[in-house]
Write a protein that binds this ligand. Structure first.
Ligand code: UDP
Ligand code: MG
Length: 322
């Protein structure tokens, strides 16, 4: 009998959990001959999310929970869930039902054919999303696909059903600055893409404001592309070539006309431009250095405060959770 693990990262989702519970039961009952395991990962919520998870676990032992000692971000929650999962197939789903659970049937069928290792959902449209966010997101995907080897689909969600083999591959990437969408793409495997219509969250508010979406995108670029570094080198070289010819030009002009250089404005321009570029380049290098610094420290990706999984005192650093 196949076993499917559902991983659900939750942060302050008390208003969504009752809806989630209903939908999950509906989906699980729709499958025949499949065993389920639900791993709810609490990102140190401030509301009743954890106590609701405990209640679910008491009612139905198929529901397990892991609760972090603080908010380690959604990517760490997904990692913790993937690591703890025991299913032959594993899926990650948002708690707010923006990932339609009924798609699981189609995903499961696709994997059962043996043709695919992963069935992933993407939003065919971005209806209901703030305009600026959609535009920036589209730009981001165009950019990252150009400058990185990992191909990322615009509108793709973390919602996907994966085989055990692919899950093990994802877990084997141990970086702590995780950009999970990139990791999914980087590990490869054959993915079937399933489109669906965008949905609004069922209850509560988004936990990913524009500002953090922006820094998340930046992390993605730094994690999956070194193109900005190459670009800055090319830029630096270009400026050097320009400066070289300009110097020759200034010397020749001085030799020919013998006039004192009046060029205060041009000097200022070159100076400011040069300084501007220098700081820009330093900033870009700094981004990479910062990410390296965080990786080198090799801190755990999450710390578990309590969990229903036996012996789960794991810190996400290495080894199996149980
Ligand atoms: N989430 C989380 N930790 C966080 C932020 C979000 O586990 O720090 C969860 C959240 O509970 C939800 C999912 O990640 O299940 C997606 O978050 P959200 O719906 O707020 O993001 P959006 O769909 O607006 O991008
Ligand atoms: Mg959402």
């Amino acid at each position: 009998m196949d076993k499917i693990t559902l991983i659900i990262p939750c942060y302050n989702e008390q208003s969504a959990i009752p809806f989630l519970k209903k939908e999950l039961y509906k989906v699980m009952e729709g499958f025949e001959g499949v065993e389920f395991e639900v791993i709810l990962v609490d990102n140190c919520s401030e509301d009743d999310t954890l106590s609701m998870m405990k209640e679910l676990h008491r009612e139905d032992p198929r529901f397990q929970y892991i609760s972090f000692s603080r908010n380690f971000g959604k990517d760490s929650s997904m990692y913790a869930g993937l690591k703890a999962s025991t299913g032959d197939y594993v899926t990650i789903m948002d708690a707010d039902l923006q990932d339609p659970p009924e798609l699981l049937h189609e995903m499961y069928e696709a994997l059962k054919t043996g043709e695919y290792d992963c069935a992933a959902a993407y939003r065919a449209d971005r209806k209901g999303e703030p305009w600026l966010r959609s535009v920036l997101a589209e730009r981001f995907y165009k950019l990252i696909n150009k400058i990185s080897d990992a191909e990322m689909v615009s509108g793709a969600r973390d919602f996907r059903l994966m085989t055990r083999q692919m899950v093990d591959a994802v877990v084997s990437l141990e970086e702590s600055e995780r950009f999970t969408k990139g990791i999914f793409s980087w590990v490869g495997f054959r993915t079937k893409w399933i489109p669906f219509e965008n949905r609004e969250r069922v209850a509560g508010k988004t936990k990913l404001p524009m500002r953090s979406a922006f820094s998340y995108a930046l992390r993605g670029i730094v994690a999956f592309s070194t193109a900005p570094l190459v670009l800055t080198s090319i830029l630096g070289m270009g400026i050097c070539v320009f400066a070289f010819f300009y110097t020759i030009f200034v010397i020749i002009r001085q030799l020919v006309s013998h006039e004192a250089v009046p060029g205060y404005p041009s000097l200022m321009c070159v100076l400011l431009f040069g300084f501007g570029i220098t700081f820009l380049v330093l900033g870009i290098i700094g981004q990479y250095l910062a990410q390296m610094y965080l990786e080198v420290k090799h801190r755990p990706k999450y710390i578990v405060r309590e969990s229903s999984l036996a012996g789960d005192k794991d810190d996400g650093r290495q080894g199996a959770v149980r």
